[in-house]
Design a binder for this molecule. Structure first.
Ligand code: TRP
Length: 455
């Protein structure tokens, strides 16, 4: 039952699914998934990742939608409404805080995509003969404070521009145009990559698992990637679920979103790894992987400049629809809890995030000033803190709260009417109470052991 009857709803189920898929599908799929997979040995990582997506990601996503629609609130408001003045509201605040932190470094990479669109048009990234020139171009680009801050600002402004128009006319409208375009561009790229000589080695790296690679760090990376890629653990899906009309089905929507997100990650891998191996490059290049690989492919193919513009536009689109969802969490919080107007919330907090992102923007300079401790830059630190700690912890608490504290009987009617032999509702209830939280807990212990005792 809805607590609040005047909330703005998504215009249609398709609009909701595309917007939530737009949140999920982002740099996490196209930039992060390939380099994390590359650094963790390939196919075995992909397999474990997909398993985590199904047994952790899908149940927690459903839980977030259930909480969102049940309360029709931002994450803080949702926990206040359900838990009153208990410490559980911290889960909501932690979500909003994660939104600030993630968007602050996300926007930097989003800015890179704008930079590379412009460089593709001007031709400077489409006339590179080998990977070492692509690498030095990327290094010089990311070390330039002026460009970094300028593109970071442009990315934040783009997110703000969409969020200011609200749910139906802003977020939903743009996702409906941009998401289908994204799929189209990705297919063109895979075709091109698979046609390269030597593509086969990349395919086998990506698809033939070698299980000897699995260890604690590997499993943790797979869990973090699942949370990050599906936009879970900080209430982004609570927020999007809060605009979901009571007539729409949660189970089937969540299923589509998870499938779409995983499909895009796999498609991105199919587009990138054949090229990596065809060019005799290493899959372990870290954050620069796609920026080192893609420009060289385009430089050496007919109509390369055209495809390059297309690819980085795709990446920008994917990043934008995700950045928008991060900003919407904060905006919804400020509107719902502090009573601000949407426009003011977006302008003020968009600016705050821009400022917060500046140290991350300067993390790639040649100077070591931005190295904090160990080899971690500010950018790495925020990325690791949110992806490996805050999101899994948030997801764990969401599952425990809904499954054990608030009571599933009060919310399970939010799920689709169920006529199957194995009740999907009951299956979900089992996962959200037992499987997902226990698994996150175990992995979390492994993570703590690894990060604190292990060093
Ligand atoms: N899922 C997005 C990606 O893969 C990033 C993202 C958007 C996100 N909203 C989020 C990550 C909320 C965690 C939480 O690029």
């Amino acid at each position: 039952m809805a607590f609040n009857s005047r909330r703005e709803y998504w215009g249609s189920k398709l609009g909701f699914v595309l917007a939530a898929a737009g949140s999920a599908v982002g740099l996490g799929n196209i930039w992060k998934f390939p380099y994390v997979t590359g650094s963790n040995g390939g196919a075995a990582f992909v397999l474990i990742y997909v398993i985590f997506v199904l047994i952790l990601g899908l149940p927690i996503m459903i839980a977030e939608f259930v909480i969102g629609r049940h309360t029709e609130k931002d994450p803080v408001g949702a926990f206040k409404l359900m838990a009153g003045r208990s410490p559980w509201t911290i889960v909501g605040y932690m979500g909003v805080l994660s939104g600030f932190l993630i968007l602050s470094f996300y926007s930097i990479v989003g800015g890179w995509t704008i930079g590379y669109i412009i460089k593709s048009i001007s031709g400077s990234v489409t006339s590179l003969q080998d990977s070492s020139s692509a690498k030095s171009l990327f290094a010089a680009f990311t070390a330039d404070p002026v460009q970094m801050i300028l593109y970071h600002a442009l990315f934040m402004l783009s997110c703000m521009f969409i969020v200011v128009y609200g749910i139906k006319n802003g977020i939903e409208r743009w996702n409906k145009i941009l998401m289908p375009l994204l799929f189209g561009i990705l297919f063109v790229l895979i075709g091109r990559s698979l046609m390269m000589e030597g593509a086969w080695h990349g395919l086998s790296f990506f698809l033939k698992p070698d299980f000897s690679k699995i260890n604690a760090e590997f499993l943790i990376a797979a869990m973090g990637q699942a949370f990050f890629s599906l936009s879970l653990g900080m209430g982004a899906m609570i927020t999007y679920g809060s605009y979901l009309s009571p007539n729409e089905k949660i189970l089937t929507s969540a299923f589509y979103i998870v499938v779409l997100d995983t499909l895009v990650a796999i498609l991105a891998g199919l587009a990138i790894f054949p090229a990596v191996f065809a060019m005799n490059m290493s899959p372990q290049e870290g954050v620069g992987l796609i920026f080192h690989i893609i420009p060289v492919i385009f430089s050496n193919m007919p109509y390369g400049a055209f495809f390059s513009v297309l690819f980085f536009t795709l990446l920008f689109i994917a990043a934008l629809t995700s950045g928008v969802s991060l900003l919407e969490v904060i905006t919804a919080y400020v509107i719902d809890e502090m009573g601000w107007a949407r426009r003011r919330a977006v302008v003020v907090f968009g600016t705050v995030i821009f400022i917060l992102g500046i140290p991350s923007a300067l993390s790639f300079g040649a100077s070591d000033a931005m190295k904090l401790w160990g080899n971690l830059t500010f950018f790495d630190l925020i990325d690791k803190l949110t992806t490996n700690y805050m999101l899994p912890l948030g997801g764990f608490l969401i599952a425990v709260y809904l499954g054990w504290k608030y009571g599933l009987e009060k919310t399970i009617h939010e799920l689709d009417p169920d006529t199957r032999i194995i009740s999907l509702k009951e299956l979900w209830a089992f996962f959200i109470k037992f499987i997902s939280p226990v698994l996150v807990f175990i992995l979390f212990l492994m993570l703590l052991r690894n990060d604190i005792i292990g060093q």
